[in-house]
Design a binder for this molecule. Structure first.
Ligand code: ADP
Ligand code: ZN
Ligand code: ZN
Length: 809
């Protein structure tokens, strides 16, 4: 064994980019290898981390401490997954420990608790009258030997003092996990009831246990009321034993996923053609990326299902990513009856206990298919053969908080590492993905028609400026949309109304003095919510009970302008009293509620559904024949180079919800910009046309996929400090750029400037955009800048690095 194997490099589960080297005590040499969880000293504390590798060199003139503990349990990360995590951390400039945390269920994040015990001296102190009460209280609680003494911050000093006195001693710190394994008690018979008198009921209950072999206590309880008496009796006579077994929590869906799913399906020729390409790729067991471009309702899910079945038949596992939690249940329903293999779910809508258990089932190889949202890209699957990203264009694959990464892009990386096939599916592929097809990086699969040759819906664009309703009734619903809604209701069909703004009124204004309600923490208007009669900020959740008069001039006449989903719902209810109206947005949809609301639509308990973004994605609702888009301009007016693309995608997707059953669908788009090309191409279902126009704009402006971007944003409470950091960072960037002539030639630096949302959640925000054509050069450049970030750091200013940014607001 080389000398270096006595040491390991550890990433701590903390938001710091530095890693540390520790020595391995001899008795742990066998088990201390990369991927294992460890407990290490850091200053005076103990913290958890993961071994990431054996170091190639050792730091000089620094004392190296030994590991405190190595864990040999479920918490370990496989070599493959660790490799993927390290790649992710490097590529996105994120701390390794933070990426590891993304890969673990949240309940597994441990807390390190210091523990102490009482010394003989301490026992004496307890008896000593001169010792103050506060000390005694802690000492006596230690006497009870409660592990993990909880010490309030204010008591820390006392603790230090008592340590110094030698009253208490530090013991090994221990880890407390937030979620634990669930154990269930089981009953099993030990002996026949010879010479023991049992009542008929007792005899029957005992026989029940004996016949079953073993019975879970909750089941026994359900069958036999007053079971504790029975059990006591059996135990007394040694007739049964009680033992505990680990069980996995059942995921509760709140309600049944019962809606009819096709049981036997004959593939369409387009589906067959697509699969005919995927199958050999799977057989080759090599990395192959595909773009599956299928119009809405073309049967992409069926292709996924068959490809997954094939993968699992080969003895490998599969991962299916979906953009929206409520879609997991739809996909589950589709798969449930037709998958003979076990599947697991991973997303933030599960309880911590459920996530913990699903994760461990996956890790133990008990689940062959994982369906999940973006963080499932880190699922601990072994032997991965296929990764599918459904609705690959969706921006929810980009995680914007804590650790910034893009799960769609990572799917390709992981697929490559695992020699897996990767299928990106969408009706509206991202420009980047379609560009990759044209560059021959992805193979192209197409489902150009809807199932059963159902027509794509007819799309009508309504110019709101010309609408007579606007003048007469001041309604956001145009007369064209109103007429169509009326007909839909009369025909007993269903409609979706899409408005990408929740709340009631989006703006409150005093007509007398011009006062408007703004969030004190953010540079945005507060939004009026009718149900709570409050003004709320959609960024920081600040809320204010709505005053009845203007805070500035006391005028009682406050105007509520603009419309959100709440007001739309009210309006619809008023105008169409016979309709069953429902609403789906972040205010109405809790964890599982979004799929409940969607189920209500499926069962016909809702026939007019009002909603935000959440209703546009992937849902298969056969009875929806009308879709109304209330304000197409909302997404067009966002100051972002992807605004047109996003609008095209949104309109195509929401339109795609119409006419998926036997009845043809119709779509009405209301707008102030009827001539915008995004709308025109969406109206004609012309993705290629849109692509050609948009890609030329990207080329001209030097945006992705032609140039790559890294977005640096920093924020802080003090504007002065944030501005000072802007200067520092800019100076540093310019200095690094000068060092290398290639940088000076090729890296563009835009900014620093205040971010479009210049004040958010109480923080001032500035940004710089780095642009470059050559990716590795841009990445190296950024790396060199970041390596020197300590030099320019200002306390209270936080820098956020966003590689391949999606949201630059
Ligand atoms: P997409 O995801 O492409 O929008 P879905 O996968 O939701 O479309 O499929 C739309 C509908 O067509 C679903 O109800 C599905 O069960 C059905 N379907 C898919 N393939 C077939 C087929 N080959 N024959 C008949 N129905 C199909
Ligand atoms: Zn006023
Ligand atoms: Zn706010």
């Amino acid at each position: 064994m080389s000398d270096l194997e006595k040491y390991v490099e550890v990433a701590l589960l903390l938001p710091i980019s530095q890693t540390f080297i520790y020595s391995v005590p001899d008795h742990w040499r066998e088990i201390a290898y990369p991927g294992r969880r460890v407990l290490v000293p850091l200053g005076k504390r103990s913290v958890t981390g993961y071994i990431i590798k054996f170091p190639s060199t050792l730091p000089k003139e620094i004392e190296i401490f030994p590991l405190r503990r190595v864990f040999e349990d479920d918490t370990a990360i496989s070599e493959n997954l660790l490799h993927f995590i390290l790649w992710t951390a490097h590529y996105y400039f994120q701390p390794i420990g933070e990426v590891i945390k993304c890969a673990l269920p949240p309940g597994m994040h441990p807390r390190v608790k210091e523990s102490y015990c009482l010394s003989t001296k301490g026992r004496e102190a307890l008896e000593d009258a001169s010792v103050p009460e506060a000390e005694k209280k802690i000492l006596s609680s230690l006497l009870e030997k409660r592990p993990g003494l909880k010490v309030k911050k204010s008591d820390r000093k006392i603790l230090q003092k008592m340590l110094a006195h030698g009253w208490i001693e530090k013991k090994e710190p221990f880890l407390e996990q937030r979620v634990k394994e669930k154990k269930v008690a089981f009953l099993r018979c030990l002996a026949k009831p010879e010479n023991i008198r049992l009542t008929p009921r007792q005899a029957e209950a005992l026989k029940f246990i004996a016949t079953a072999g073993e019975v879970a206590l909750p089941d026994f309880r359900a069958k036999y009321p007053h079971s504790s008496f029975l059990i006591k009796k059996f135990k007394e006579h040694n007739l049964i034993e009680i033992y505990f077994q680990e069980t996995f929590r059942q995921i509760s869906w709140g309600e049944d996923l019962a809606w009819p799913m096709p049981t036997s399906i004959r593939l369409t020729s387009a589906q067959e053609k697509a699969l005919a390409e995927i199958w050999p790729a799977l057989a080759s067991k090599k990395f192959r990326p595909f773009l599956l471009h299928g119009v809405t309702g073309s049967g992409k899910t069926e292709v996924y299902l068959r490809a997954i079945a094939e993968t699992i038949a080969q003895g490998r596992s599969a991962l299916l990513l979906v953009p929206e939690i409520s879609l997991t249940s739809q996909v589950m329903a589709y798969f449930k009856d037709r998958c003979p293999y076990s599947l697991a779910i991973l997303h933030s809508g599960l309880t911590p206990g459920e996530r913990f258990d699903e994760w461990r089932r996956i890790k133990r190889g008990m689940a062959k298919l994982v369906i999940g949202a973006r963080s499932a890209i880190f699922a601990p699957l072994d032997n991965l053969g296929l990764i599918i990203v459904d609705e690959e264009h969706d921006s929810s694959y980009k995680q914007e908080e804590k650790v910034l990464y893009h799960a769609r892009d990572l799917a390709l990386v992981r697929g490559k590492m695992e020699n897996a096939v990767v299928v990106l599916g969408s009706a509206t592929p991202s420009l980047e993905s379609y560009y990759n097809v044209l560059q021959k990086k992805f193979s192209y699969l197409s489902l150009p028609e809807r199932i059963d040759a159902r027509p794509l819906p007819e799309i009508q664009i309504v110019d709101i400026r010309q609408d007579k309703n606007k003048e007469q009734r001041k309604s956001i619903i145009s007369s064209t949309l109103a007429e169509n809604l009326q007909q839909t209701i009369m025909r007993k069909e269903q409609a979706l109304l899409f408005l990408n703004r929740r709340g009631f009124a989006t703006f409150a204004l005093c007509p007398d003095c011009g006062y408007s309600f703004k969030c004190p923490n953010c540079s945005v208007s507060l939004i009026y919510h009718l149900s709570e009669k409050s003004f709320r900020c959609h960024y920081c959740d600040y809320s204010l009970v709505a005053p009845s008069s203007c805070p500035r001039c006391s005028s009682p006449r406050l105007l509520l302008l603009g419309t959100g989903t709440q007001r739309l719902e009210e309006e619809i209810k008023k105008e169409f009293p016979s309709a069953l109206v429902g609403r789906l947005d972040r205010d109405t949809a809790g964890r599982q509620k979004s799929s409940q609301i969607m189920n209500q639509v499926r069962r016909g308990e809702i026939n007019l559904l009002v909603g935000t973004q959440m209703i546009t994605k992937g849902h298969d609702l056969p009875k929806v024949t009308l879709v109304g888009v209330l304000a197409a301009d909302l997404s067009l007016n966002v100051p972002d180079f992807r605004a047109s693309e996003r609008t095209f995608q949104l309109l195509t997707q929401v339109a795609g919800r119409a006419g998926r059953g036997d009845l043809p669908g119709k779509v009405i788009i209301q707008t102030y910009n009827p001539d915008h090309y995004s709308l025109a191409f969406a109206q004609n279902h012309d993705f290629i046309g849109f692509y050609k126009q948009e890609i030329s704009f990207r080329k001209e402006m030097g945006y992705p996929p032609f140039k790559r971007l890294i977005h640096l944003r920093w924020e802080g409470n003090s504007l002065e400090k944030v501005q000072k950091f802007a200067q520092n960072l800019h100076t540093l960037i310019i200095a690094v750029r000068k060092v290398n002539p290639k940088y000076a030639e090729q890296i563009e630096v835009l900014g620093p400037a205040p971010a479009p949302l210049s004040y958010l959640r109480g923080k001032h925000r500035y940004h710089i955009l780095l642009k470059g054509q050559n990716w590795s050069r841009l990445h190296n450049f950024c790396q060199e800048v970041l390596e020197q970030r300590e030099k320019i750091a200002i306390p209270g200013v936080r820098l956020i690095v966003d590689v391949d940014p999606i949201n630059m607001l």
